[in-house]
Design a protein around this ligand. Structure first.
Ligand SMILES: [Fe+2]
Ligand SMILES: [Fe+2]
Length: 359
């Protein structure tokens, strides 16, 4: 399968050129051309992990505001207009009403419908209450042009952990930390898995299925919660389908995986990058073998690992092209022979440029 050049790549690049050279383009576009309505291509856009951070009064951390503002501007300049936008979670930094309201105000400039995924930074202050009042349901499904879409709340955790904190603020701060030894793993939970099973029982197994979650629905690195504890149970529910694509936020880096019939791909963040666990912590981790690390993912370089990605899904397998901030562009496409996604340029171990180390 080749990257579909007709995906108005030129249009998107023209859009890109509308920004100055110092701009980052923190937006992901997905073109779907798959399944029953194969002739009918459509595009959706994704904005993820904006982490808007309230200081006081009407003051917010400017840098994160700018990331989201640019993504919103990019949507209105894009042609063709995407059918809808997905927000991939972590709109807020500490789940505050001020942060969520500020984000919604910025996103209200988008004229196409927005589908929301909740992130842990939106959730753990009031356990998703304000989000459900003002933003969206926590999990739901919808159909669009022959594709069945499912949105999951993958950042739930154990009741015991939720109850151990004396105040909601302490609970939120604990979950917001990347390397918190007192953290607790994410999960989807039994009730939602049951809902998913029921929802999918009405869908034929050859229907294109796209799942959105915040955390990856597989296990990468537990100490940082790049992890969903009941991932295997969800994968089992998805197994009967011919082909499934799971897209997620949360990891703020280039990350992809293939488990049986399920392809996993991460969205880019509009806020900051995370390094790969092995380059930072040197602890055992399960970054998928097929993922070729970005040649640099440096949390001290504020825009690294944020960027622009274009995914073309012809026949249900995503080819993803990344234009990264002051970093080499990358194309990762599904290789039928290898049965997995392959980095066009850097797959051979000898060609790889190692990511920065931080220890
Ligand atoms: Fe995030
Ligand atoms: Fe997150």
């Amino acid at each position: 399968m080749s990257l579909n050049k007709s995906m108005n790549r030129r249009s998107f690049l023209k859009t890109a050129a509308a920004f100055t050279a110092s701009s980052v383009l923190p937006l992901n576009f997905v073109e779907v051309c798959w399944g029953k309505n194969k002739g009918e291509k459509f595009t959706f856009g994704v904005i993820s992990d904006s982490h808007l951070t309230h200081i006081k009064g009407t003051k917010f951390v400017n840098n994160f505001d700018k990331g989201l503002e640019q993504a919103v501007a990019e949507v209105s300049l894009s042609f063709p207009e995407p059918d809808f936008i997905v927000f991939g979670g972590d709109l807020a930094q500490l789940g505050k009403k001020e942060e969520l309201d500020h984000g919604l105000e910025m996103l209200s400039k988008i004229e196409v419908p927005i589908r929301y995924v909740i992130g842990e930074h939106d959730y753990y202050l009031d356990m998703g209450q304000y989000w459900q009042e003002k933003v969206s349901k926590l999990y739901y499904s919808f159909d669009h042009k022959g594709v069945h879409f499912v949105t999951l709340n993958s950042i739930r955790t154990y009741e015991k952990w939720i109850k151990r904190w004396p105040t909601p603020k302490e609970r939120m701060l604990a979950m917001a930390r990347l390397d918190n030894p007192q953290g607790s793993p994410f999960m989807v939970g039994k009730e939602q898995i049951e809902w998913l099973r029921k929802d999918l029982s009405k869908v034929s197994h050859d229907t294109p299925l796209i799942v959105f979650s915040h955390s990856p629905l597989y296990k990468v690195f537990k100490p940082w919660n790049f992890w969903t504890d009941d991932a295997e149970e969800i994968q089992a529910v998805l197994k009967p389908f011919k082909q499934v694509n799971v897209f997620h936020g949360h990891v703020h880096q280039v990350l992809y995986n293939q488990i049986g019939n399920i392809s996993f791909q991460a969205w880019m963040s509009t806020a900051w990058p995370w390094p790969y666990p092995v380059s930072y912590d040197q602890k055992a981790n399960m970054v998928p073998k097929q993922t070729v690390f970005m040649n640099r993912a440096d949390p001290f370089h504020e825009r690294d690992a944020t960027g622009w990605s274009q995914i073309t899904m012809e026949g249900g397998r995503g080819s993803q092209h990344f234009d990264l901030w002051e970093n080499t562009s990358r194309t990762v496409r599904f290789d039928k022979k290898a049965g997995q996604a392959v980095d066009e340029q850097y797959q051979a171990p000898g060609k790889r440029i190692p990511p920065q180390t931080h220890y």
